[in-house]
Design a protein around this ligand. Sequence first.
Ligand code: AMP
Length: 141
Amino acid sequence: MSYDADNIFAKIIAGEFPAHKVYEDETAIAILDIMPQAAGHTLVIPKAPSRNLLDAKEDDLARLMPVVQKIARAAKDAFSADGIHIQQFNEAAAGQTVFHLHFHIIPRHEGVAIRPHSGEMENQDTLAAHSEKLKAAIAKV
Ligand code: AMP
């Protein structure tokens, strides 16, 4: 299957749809997930178009992973996490729902289960507060 530019993340990258954006550089943006599996659940989304990992260009992946690392480090600090869970789904059979490559960064705390994938919408005020916390931590890493 080929990349379809009419997806929500392409619109967010283009600034045509609102998001709680916590980071942007020439390679990628990072936004808060609207249905977080834990506080601070963030999506790192490359600007280069691909459906998922399977059709992504090697060079684009090489540029993207340092951004994933940077946001993961900041999320660990911002949410005082014990660990960071990285998720990445490829095609619907594997749970993918938005067909533009993205990495999920989920702060984890010892003994605390995460909520279901694509579960409940988070309150906008909570997302705004989490966004500020994360932006402050990103500025320090
Ligand atoms: P995936 O199943 O890996 O494709 O996950 C897509 C993720 O995007 C899910 O965790 C959704 O909660 C999240 N999501 C969908 N639409 C938006 C949006 N407009 N802004 C932020 N996150 C979104």
